[in-house]
Design a protein around this ligand. Structure first.
Ligand code: COA
Length: 383
């Protein structure tokens, strides 16, 4: 399988109070179109990842919004898989092209979160967990990931400093990304001593509440050739699921669906974890990056700290992770995150990542998680 990425568009992420949901979506779509250098009417179908517009903006039917922005009458559908919504949109576009039913398809992601209060955002986001077993009992996402962090730290005797080091690295990468929400460095001490959100996770272990949108245009290999392009290709796309609620999982210290999705993706691409030169992983909380490193096979279970403590996950290390700043520093506008991850990898593989460029990056990966690991999408990109 080889699906070409022929255009990308990404808004800045952050508290974008002067821009509404549709301003963000349209900005990303139009810049993807401009980069692809095609006419809007060459797009045959649109998928848009979004989780909370219904609750936060009173706007459902985001699919129709995306087609109206391009003045098109093509099929246009909103897809939702919590924080993995954006990568699911990409995966739907890939599958449509693979099926032979379309040659050029647009995938978008958008979220406008900062118009509601933090308690409203927290409550809306809990829709990604189990309403019956978790939300109704008063659990929040920071609380659920805190339980996972406790289980992991206890099982593998990992100190809190290792989690803090993930935040420090992602904030460092954020300083090099003009589109990131936070562009300031932090220290391990600041991360450890920041306001406690859900013990052991402090403010600096958490991704923020963000606004933003992203868009990519995908095409069949033949179409990309006809257009005279030399694009980055998506060579594998895999999705896996696990129980909605944490208590039904095999354990709390690993994410099984991510392991399943990664293994399938490596098989599809004919590669192994060792071949990945750069990865964007779903660090909604610092512990999630640690679990991702292990689920993706970059380190054995309980051993991610070896890569982290040796600084190997920095942009200039042996296994660069979250060069965009990750969700932690670049921001996490839920539906847009999968798009931002894909666009970061495309820029890395094209050698267009500026200051944070990974040397000789040929193969990249995105890992996008919905909820506490109930939905996981892994996509592999190749130059
Ligand atoms: C951690 C959290 C509760 C903080 O929200 P809050 O207390 O309302 O924070 P505020 O917006 O009042 O911001 C207070 C300050 O902290 C900063 N800040 C907020 N969130 C931050 C974060 N995650 N990391 C670093 N700084 C952050 C703000 O920029 C602000 O700084 P300033 O005083 O210099 O302007 C919120 O970001 C959160 O819920 N994050 C998790 C989101 C989530 O669950 N996503 C889904 C994951 S699956």
């Amino acid at each position: 399988m080889k699906i070409a990425v022929i255009g990308t568009g990404l808004t800045k992420f952050g508290e974008l109070w002067s821009k509404g949901l549709n301003d963000l979506l349209a900005e990303a779509q139009l810049s993807a179109l401009k980069e692809a250098n095609i006419e809007a009417n060459q797009i045959e179908e649109i998928f848009t990842g979004n989780m909370c517009a219904g609750e936060f903006s009173g706007q459902l039917h985001v699919g129709a919004m995306a087609s109206e922005n391009l003045n098109l009458n093509v099929p246009s559908t909103r897809v939702e898989g919590a924080c993995a919504s954006g990568s699911i949109a990409i995966r739907n576009a890939i599958q449509l092209i693979e099926s032979g039913k379309a040659k050029i398809v647009m995938a978008n992601g958008v979220e406008k979160m900062t118009d509601v209060s933090t308690p409203q955002a927290t409550s809306g986001l809990m829709g990604a967990g189990s309403e019956e077993w978790e939300e109704f009992q008063g659990a929040t996402f920071p609380g659920l990931y805190a339980m996972m962090a406790r289980a992991y730290m206890h099982k593998f005797s990992v100190p809190k400093e290792v989690l803090a080091m993930v935040a420090v690295k992602n904030h460092k990468h954020g300083t090099m990304n003009p589109k990131a929400q936070f562009r300031r460095e932090i220290t391990v001490e600041q991360a450890l001593n920041a306001t406690m959100v859900a013990d052991p996770l402090t403010l600096l272990d958490c991704s923020p509440i963000s606004d933003g949108a992203g868009s990519i245009i995908l095409a069949s290999e033949e179409t990309a050739k006809e257009l005279g392009l030399d694009p980055v290709f998506i060579v594998a796309s895999s999705q896996a699921s696990d129980s909605l609620a944490l208590h039904s999982r095999k354990n709390l210290y690993s994410t099984y669906a991510a392991k399943v999705a990664a293994e399938k993706a490596y098989k599809q691409a004919g590669i192994s974890a060792k071949d990945i030169n750069v990865a964007e992983v779903h660090d909604c909380f610092t512990i999630a990056e640690i679990m991702a490193i292990e689920a993706l096979g970059f380190a054995e279970l309980g051993k991610a700290r070896e890569l982290i403590e040796a600084n190997e996950t920095y942009y200039n290390g042996a296994k660069p992770i979250n060069t965009s700043g990750g969700l932690k520093a670049a921001g996490h506008p839920i539906g847009a995150t999968g798009l931002k991850q894909a666009i970061e990898i495309v820029h890395q593989l094209k050698g267009e990542a500026g200051e944070r460029q990974v040397k000789n990056a040929e193969i990249g990966l995105t890992h996008n998680v919905g909820g506490t690991g109930a939905t996981v999408v892994v996509n592999v990109f190749k130059r």
